[in-house]
Design a protein around this ligand. Structure first.
Ligand SMILES: [Zn+2]
Ligand SMILES: [Zn+2]
Length: 249
């Protein structure tokens, strides 16, 4: 027993660490000083963790192509008042848990399709959203002489990203080259079991009230792509009142 006093904490403590036979193994620090030291370490660790999280989040937002309007979109702030929308949320959650692999979100503008898809991206903190037009334009950009990436690198990146959201499908009639890279992406993601969300404000022929009309998605992407999407895919109807109108009320 060797009582010493810590001036900082004003306490006395035994600073000898002994074996049973009395052999002194070493000296202890004041228990209060020890506690402070541990707390400093813990604070450093959690600050480091926060920095890593913030960096990851920043990288994700810079690379996900999520518009600022949807950067804080989440399942919690998605207003699902209709049965269709409640079901849509459940289906997207199933996609994230790996239960299903593909979702086609069908609905008019303002039904919250982009919000819900971005909520999935934000939850994962991984993946990307791009419209058909943006993908086409990016690919066309690789054809110029000064491009640093090839078409295959662009398409392969999309085939590998953790969660891919393809927006605005069926806005224009897809060209042959569009159908080519689209089927490449769909097939690769299928074998890699990576989740994909397709968004369209058209409808599938199955849902079509007229059993075939100019607004059927098949007219734009073709039967072949449609059947690939349907393989292990789920159609999600985004019905209900205008989401944006509702939100601003
Ligand atoms: Zn002390
Ligand atoms: Zn139709």
């Amino acid at each position: 027993m060797a009582l010493v006093r810590c001036e900082k904490h004003g306490i006395e403590y035994d600073n000898e660490r002994k074996l049973a036979d009395g052999f002194v193994l070493g000296h202890n620090r004041c228990p209060e000083c020890d506690k402070e030291w541990e707390e400093t370490l813990e604070k450093d660790r959690s600050e480091e963790q926060e920095r890593i999280e913030a960096d990851r989040r920043k990288w994700f937002l810079e690379n996900s192509n999520i518009e600022p309007e949807y950067q804080s979109a989440s399942f919690e702030n998605f207003i699902a008042e209709s049965e269709d929308l409640k079901k849509a949320v459940e289906t997207v959650k199933k996609l994230l848990s790996g239960e299903i692999q593909k979702i086609v979100m069908i609905g008019a503008n303002g039904t919250g399709k982009t919000h819900l898809a971005c909520a999935a991206l934000n939850q994962l903190q991984k993946g990307k959203i791009m419209s058909m037009y943006e993908i086409s334009a990016t690919i066309r950009g690789t054809y110029t002489n000064n491009s640093t990436v090839t078409e295959l690198q662009v398409v392969d990146g999309l085939a590998r990203t953790q969660l891919l959201v393809i927006d605005e499908m069926g806005r224009t009639k897809g060209s042959d080259s569009e159908m080519n890279w689209l089927s490449y992406i769909i097939d690769k993601r299928h074998v890699r079991t990576l989740p994909t969300i397709f968004i369209s404000n058209k409808h599938t022929r199955k849902m079509c009230p007229k059993h075939g009309c100019p607004d059927c998605l098949e007219n734009f992407i073709g039967e072949d792509i449609m059947s690939r999407i349907n393989e292990g895919g789920r159609i999600v109807k985004m019905g209900g009142e205008d989401f944006r109108k509702k939100k601003s009320r």
